[in-house]
Design a protein around this ligand. Structure first.
Ligand code: ATP
Length: 294
């Protein structure tokens, strides 16, 4: 039996760092949004024991340092279900190390698939608690849609869907390491913070321009000069009539919000000439909760 799920990429409409915790993580406050750029993740049960990972990107790890494998191992460990032989197939389309939670989303898709096949009664809360042991972004990726993520990223509050729009997503060719960027954080030097409450209110009011005015990521203010291309892509998106442009997560991917499809298409075509990993995307809603996933 093979079952498949899309693993949606995410964008940060806001990203704020509130403080450093005793456990070494940072306290964050972020508004997250799933988009229709996705990896396809499938699981097939096999007779021989063990987990085999197959992927179209040969440089990705295939052992349990791959987030998809780690998630499967954790699922069996935490549920107490005896491990069965499994082939996980991950067809990657989300750029890697891009601030779009590609790996976290693959891990989340594996958790949703294993629940669907082996433990349909497992509540969302239990799956999300398991997900946090896989990684900070994984609980949000289990759920998807539009959500406020606090704590390490695991304290989730659903928000109303982002009003319909077009999101042009542009990944420059260099990667940015998330740990490297977190190491740069100097809390006292953070002078600007996003208006997360105002953005949430704009979502409740279905007010896209109110959302666009408040899209903001504090990581942009601490980017080393070597990453100045991020600012250049933002400027290009604004020149191409984006209503807002911002870096997502720890970058380097930048997105622009457009209300008009033709303009979004034109912007994505223009940027793609210089940046092949440019995508025209749209927001997507929440993944099916436990009672609808069986
Ligand atoms: P985030 O937005 O959560 O910080 P990211 O989009 O910046 O994540 P990923 O694409 O998830 O970063 O990959 C980060 C690292 O994780 C890469 O160096 C990669 O080798 C490793 N990795 C492990 N499993 C996966 C996977 N299934 N897909 C992508 N990367 C993976």
């Amino acid at each position: 039996m093979t079952i498949t799920e899309p693993a949606w990429a995410k964008l940060n409409l806001t990203l704020d760092i509130l403080g450093k915790r005793p456990d070494g993580y940072h306290d964050l406050r972020m508004v997250m949004q799933s988009i229709d750029l996705c990896d396809m993740v499938s699981i097939t049960f096999k007779e021989r024991r063990g987990i085999t990972l197959v992927t179209n990107l040969n440089y990705l790890p295939r052992d349990n340092s791959n987030i998809a494998v780690k998630a499967a191992e954790l699922f069996f460990q935490e549920t107490g279900i005896p491990p069965v032989g499994l082939t996980i197939r991950v067809d990657k389309h989300i750029p890697v190390a891009a601030g779009m939670a590609g790996g976290s989303s693959d891990g989340a898709a594996v958790l949703r698939l294993l629940r669907r096949a082996l433990a349909p009664e497992l509540p969302d809360r239990a799956l999300e608690a398991m997900a946090l042991q896989v990684g900070s972004d994984v609980p949000y990726c289990v759920r998807g849609g539009t959500a406020l993520a606090e704590g390490r990223g695991e304290v989730l509050t659903d928000l109303p869907a982002l009003p319909d729009c077009f999101l042009v997503v542009c990944k420059p060719s260099f990667p940015i390491s998330t740990p490297e960027l977190f190491a740069q954080v100097r809390l006292r030097q953070l002078r600007c913070h996003p208006d997360t409450a105002g953005l949430s209110t704009a979502l409740y009011n279905g007010d896209l321009s109110g959302v666009c005015r408040r899209v903001y990521n504090v990581f942009e203010d601490m980017l080393p000069r070597k990453y100045r291309e991020v600012g250049e892509i933002k400027r290009q998106l604004m020149d191409l009539d984006a209503a807002a442009a911002c870096m997502t997560g720890s970058g380097p991917t930048v997105f622009g919000v457009f209300t008009d499809e033709a303009m979004a298409r034109q912007a994505s075509e223009q940027l793609r000439q210089e940046y092949p990993q440019t995508f025209l995307t749209r927001p997507v809603g929440r993944c099916a909760p436990a009672d609808k996933c069986g």
